[in-house]
Every structure is written in C-alpha cells, then in structure tokens.
Design a protein around this ligand. Structure first.
Ligand code: GLP
Length: 244
C-alpha cells in the first residue's frame, strides 16, 4: 500500500493496531503485538499515544515483544531499545509493566542461547504474535536478521553488518561506539506472526524495497522472506515505493 506521506501511512497502521486491540478486548483476550524500533515506527507510536489520550484507547490487554536489542546494552542506556520503547510508547499509555518484553542486552554470554529459546517460549505461551510491526534496514534486515540469515533462523545473538553499524554511528557518536552484536527475534518466529506490517519511508529504502517485493526470495535480502507469508502488507510512502 502506497501512501502520499509517512504520516497518512502511520495513521492507517495505528488505526489497524487500535482496531485489533479493541476487538481482542471485546473477546476478553490479550492482544499480542510484536514491536519494532528505528525511526520508521515512531509516527505509529505517536498516533497510538494520541489515541490513548484522546479516545481512551486502552493497552491493558496488550502483551508486547520487541524484536531486538543491542548486545551488550544496559536497559537504561540512552541507546537502548528498552529506553526507546518507554520514551516512544510505554510511558505514555496504560500498558502494565509486566506485559512488555524486550530481549535483555545484559544476559551473560554463556546464557544467551537458553535465554533466546525462553524468549520465543514466552511468545508461544501467550498464544503467539497476533500482529508483527517491522521496519527494514538498508541491507534488507528485519529485526536484526542480517543478510545471510536463513528462513528458519531462530532467536539468537547475531553479529551486526558493517553497514548496519555505520547507519547507527551518528546516533552513537562514532562507529567504534556502536555495539558489534545484538539479540534478535529470528526470521522463523517473525514469520509465525498471524499478520505482518512492514513500514518504509523515504528514497533511501526504495531499492531494498524493490528487492524485497519484486526480487527473488533470498537470504541476501531477508525482507524478501515475507513474500512467503499469507498476510503481510508493505506500507510505503511514495519515495520508498518509487522503484516498484
Ligand atoms: C534497526 C532496527 C530495525 C529497523 C532498522 C531500520 O536496525 N534494529 O528493526 O527496522 O533499524 O531503521 P529505520 O526505521 O530508522 O530506518
């Protein structure tokens, strides 16, 4: 779906999420959301906060799991995705503290494998993801599943691509300060979500979007794996769609 600009697009995505939350509320069920970081979803979260404040949209039945976190990373660091999510969404809505989860960037190396399995188990224990929100890296990564990630990749510790670290260098105040690793939800658990929405704004995403949508399904562009999913939308502004 191509929108005139990212604001219109974000409002439509926020509306879909709000409708899902309300529908689950009516059914007396939790709404299990997979959430993403990066600049792209910020406008979606801003709209959801607005809907909470103005329309009384409640997040009490929301259980959320974020895609990824840098490793090593303290949750209260200004660069952590924990902090990002609190600032963009959690601190402004009524989601109970015990209902949101992000990968723990402080887990000791020897425990990471078991920890990743338990993160996936937690998602399954609440019935799996109803909705997964995604951004896309300039190299096609989803979460931090970098090129080379297989379609059956599980949640794991991954070494970040140079291009991913370079894209984050400004924010961190230098390439040498960007962590070399991250914990990411795997490709397989992402594809297990019942509904997936990927957001991309701006011309710098145009070529990777073309590859993901029209190119072959390949580990060189992990977002191309989404072609195999039965209920996925790419929500684009005109510039991100300009090479389709
Ligand atoms: C990071 C995140 C991804 C995100 C990507 C794109 O690498 N781990 O989940 O999709 O950035 O970010 P942006 O939306 O800022 O372009």
């Amino acid at each position: 779906q191509i929108f005139a600009d990212s604001k219109d697009a974000s409002n439509a995505v926020a509306q879909e999420i709000a409708d899902l939350i309300r529908q689950k509320q009516k059914e007396g069920k939790p709404c299990v959301l997979g959430l993403a970081t990066g600049s792209s979803p910020k406008t979606v979260y801003a709209k959801l906060v607005k809907m909470h404040k103005e329309e009384g949209l409640s997040f009490k039945n929301v259980i959320s799991f974020n895609l990824d976190e840098y490793y090593q990373m303290e949750p209260d660091s200004i660069h952590s995705y924990h902090r990002f999510m609190k600032e963009q969404l959690f601190d402004h809505v009524d989601i109970p503290k015990e209902n949101y989860f992000l990968p723990d960037g402080t887990i000791p190396a020897a425990m990471v494998r078991d920890y990743c399995t338990s993160y996936e188990n937690k998602i399954n224990a609440v019935g799996g993801l109803d909705f997964q929100l995604l951004g896309i890296g300039g190299n096609g990564h989803i979460g931090f599943n970098e090129p080379g990630s297989l379609i059956n990749a599980r949640t794991r510790l991954i070494t970040l691509d140079h291009s991913t670290r370079a894209a984050a260098a400004m924010e961190f105040g230098g390439l040498h300060k960007v962590p070399r690793k991250a914990i990411t939800l795997g490709v397989a658990p992402i594809l297990s979500a019942r509904r997936i929405v990927l957001l991309a704004w701006g011309e710098r995403k145009a070529s990777v979007i073309r590859g993901a949508v029209e190119g072959p399904v390949t580990e060189r562009n992990p977002a191309s794996y989404l072609q195999a999913h039965p209920d996925v939308s790419f929500i684009l502004d005109e510039s991100a769609a300009s090479e389709l």
